[in-house]
Design a protein around this ligand. Structure first.
Ligand code: GLU
Length: 377
């Protein structure tokens, strides 16, 4: 049954863990965490990369601050998050430590996943952590966000993170074992859906009312499907399953119930479409014939083949790559800001460091290139 969810095959997995799983009456739920850590260790041992999106800061902090009796105001929630986040990280570290796995705290806001430069920085950091074999533990940086700019729920944050790092699987650990045609708790005719190939309006309507918040966390089934929609468009499959079992990932691989929502594209195609279509180019790089040919063959754009730059772009901005006849060849994310890019036009890679005092590699890396001419943004 494991192959059905893709859990055994996925290379990069984002698992969202909600407060209800992590926080019990006496604080962090060490038992559950220990069993979940075994899950993580098993995936890591198979060579899979795992990133956890963990809630629980507010739930832990409000206990610590004795703010348990009533609904919290936003500043109180933020204070609780600040007080609880360190305990949350300690719980993760203690759970992963027996397996020799390090955890790393990554606190993100919506800006970090939407403003391109911050997005690129966050992505680079998370990539580095994953490359080092660390398990990044991501949460929203609740202290600095306002109501308007909050994700508010970690389901969507998890989907954005999955998109950011090109994950191929997003697992949302929930308080139900998947998606049903109606709320299974009060409708005995509700049927479980093992697989959703496309998120239609009809499917989304099924989520209405089902799996309402358990009181500790925030996301219901509606936010889970919103997350699945983001993931699907980013080329990432979503698995919704019951989180409260010990080692819930192992349970799914052993055939326990889950709903899989299929991706509508691949992560690489989604990323290229994002570069090609949704970013307004901030400038252009005019390249010689050799570089144009190399880019067409899927190679990185090196400074040596660039004749001149146009526009005032920043590092990380989208730029158009044009040949000298004015034909657009590709779009890509540039690794140098305009002044520095201009200074290194025509230089061999080895000479960049001497010219600028640093190097960021090719002007545009092959991974950040989308080939072809695109509609002007
Ligand atoms: N960021 C919040 C916390 O750590 C949780 C948000 C959510 O549960 O979706 O407590």
């Amino acid at each position: 049954m494991g192959a059905v969810t893709g859990l055994a095959e996925a290379k990069r997995i984002v698992v969202k863990v909600g407060s209800a799983l992590l926080v019990g009456a006496d604080g962090a739920n060490a038992h559950w965490l220990a069993a979940f850590a075994a899950d993580v260790a098993r995936l890591r041992a198979r060579g899979q990369q795992v990133l956890v999106v963990s809630s629980g800061a507010v739930a832990l902090g409000r206990r610590r601050l004795k703010l348990t009796r009533r609904a919290l105001t936003l500043p109180e929630k933020q204070a609780a998050a600040a007080a609880g986040q360190s305990g949350l990280m300690r719980a993760w570290e203690e759970a992963l430590e027996p397996y020799g796995i390090s955890a790393a705290q990554v606190l993100l806001t919506r800006d970090d996943t939407e403003v391109r430069r911050r997005w690129l920085n966050a992505r680079a950091t998370v990539e580095t952590l994953l490359g080092l074999g660390v398990v990044p533990v991501v949460n929203e940086n609740d202290t600095v966000v306002t109501e308007e700019i909050r994700y508010g729920d970690n389901d969507r944050l998890a989907a954005r993170v999955a998109q950011m790092i090109g994950a191929d699987l997003l697992v949302l650990l929930s308080d139900v074992d998947g998606l049903y045609t109606a709320d299974p708790r009060n409708d005995p005719s509700a049927e479980h859906l093992p697989r959703v190939t496309r998120l239609t309006r009809q499917i989304e309507a099924m989520a209405g009312g089902a799996n309402a918040s358990a009181g500790v966390g925030t996301g219901g089934m509606t936010t889970k499907l919103a997350a699945a929609r983001i993931a699907s468009a980013a080329g990432c499959a979503t698995v919704i399953t019951l989180g409260s079992r010990p080692s819930p990932l192992q349970a799914v691989e052993d055939g326990e119930r889950a709903t899989v929502i299929e991706p509508s594209t691949t992560p690489a195609a989604a990323y290229k479409a994002w570069i090609a279509g949704s970013l307004a180019p901030a400038g252009a790089l005019v390249v010689d014939d050799g570089a144009a040919e190399a880019v067409r063959r899927g190679k990185s754009l090196l400074a040596a083949g660039v004749r001149r730059t146009e526009g005032r772009f920043d590092k990380g901005d989208a730029v158009v790559i044009r040949d000298e006849a004015g034909h657009e060849i590709a779009r890509g994310l540039v690794r140098y800001e305009a002044d520095d890019a201009e200074k290194i036009c025509g230089l061999k890679s080895e000479a960049i460091e001497a010219a600028l005092g640093y190097t960021s590699g090719p002007l545009v890396h092959a991974d950040d290139l989308a080939l072809g001419a695109h509609a002007p943004a």
